[in-house]
Design a protein around this ligand. Structure first.
Ligand code: C2E
Ligand code: CA
Ligand code: CA
Ligand code: CA
Length: 279
């Protein structure tokens, strides 16, 4: 009889409860971090194929976790921000902070740097999205065409109808739109037709093995040809070697981003790179 009484307890495996504890700790820590400003941005430069100069930067979010055991990268903490809705607030901060930084660089160096910001599906579908973009522009004074919003297909697939409405609204503000991780989804082509993007970002998955894998090479060649036909700017991400860059350049890619050009780094380390030719 005693044994039977204990049985229900066994349905909670220790692993599951550990995971639940970790999840609630993560959520609590992220919530606190928003109030205590435990987020910061790093920036990764983008190099233009023609002039070899820095024409833009991508803002990437970092979390200074209050507990070192919870410390992790955006791939791991952003899903928590999304599930809890905190991404709306944090993402709004990312837009304003990075727009202010780009405007400051513009004033200091005279360089018209574009800043690219990642936008998650949850943010895009929040009612206040366009207002938050407008506020970032207003607070920073950054010319709208120097703010680029990076969207992935995942952000559009959930409710394309509403996504289109939201994107039309921000487009009216004059900001640029890029389709991130291009080629990884299965319906990218229909999205190109449906939404008017300014730029395609070739996913790093195709760039990685572009010299060794014939299929990757042909896919990239096709993406660039199609992008050119549709008058889209093309940027490749994940460029790690000079050989990759030279091949992408020969294929007609307009700009590059990746460890070869520069690792994501704090704003102070970006400034000296602006206005100089990088080889
Ligand atoms: P993503 O938008 O595709 O960003 C590119 C990721 O590739 C970044 O990782 C960057 O550090 C990394 N990377 C850049 N160059 C290279 C390279 O040459 N080789 C390799 N192997 N990796 C490279 P990170 O910073 O860890 O960000 C991961 C993802 O987290 C981003 O992927 C983006 O989806 C998301 N993310 C980052 N910041 C934000 C944000 O502010 N808001 C939202 N919603 N998502 C963000
Ligand atoms: Ca991105
Ligand atoms: Ca990407
Ligand atoms: Ca990615």
């Amino acid at each position: 009889a005693k044994k039977n009484e204990r049985e229900p307890v066994a349905v909670f495996s220790p692993q599951l409860s550990e995971r639940q504890i970790w999840r609630s700790e993560m959520l609590g820590a992220l919530r606190d971090s928003l109030e205590n400003e435990r987020f910061h941005l790093v920036y990764q430069i983008q190099q233009d194929a023609l002039g070899l100069a820095v024409t833009g930067v991508e803002a990437l979010l970092r979390w200074d976790a209050p507990d070192p055991q919870l410390q992790c990268g955006p791939q791991d903490f952003i899903p928590f921000l999304e599930q809890s809705g905190l991404i709306v607030e944090v993402g709004g901060w990312v837009m304003t902070e990075s727009a202010c930084q780009a405007a400051e660089w513009g004033r200091e160096t005279g360089e018209a740097i574009t800043v690219s910001v990642n936008v998650s599906s949850v943010q895009l579908h929040a009612r206040c999205f366009a207002e938050r973009v407008a506020r970032a522009l207003e607070v920073s004074g950054l010319p709208p065409e120097r703010l680029e919003l990076e969207l992935t297909e995942t952000a559009l697939v959930h409710d394309p109808e509403q996504a289109a409405t939201m994107l039309d609204a921000v487009r009216e503000l004059g900001v640029k739109l890029a389709l991130d991780d291009f080629g990884t989804g299965y319906s990218s082509l229909s999205y190109l037709k449906r939404f008017s993007f300014d730029r395609l970002k070739i996913d790093q998955g195709f760039v990685r093995d572009i010299l060794g894998d014939r299929n990757d090479l042909e896919i990239v060649r096709a993406i660039i040809a199609m992008g050119n036909a549709l008058s889209l700017e093309i940027i490749a991400e994940g460029v790690e070697t000079a050989d990759q860059r030279d091949l992408l350049d020969a294929l007609g890619c307009h700009s590059f981003q990746g460890y070869l050009i520069g690792r994501p780094t704090v704003a102070e380390a970006i400034r000296p790179l602006l206005g100089v030719r990088l080889l």
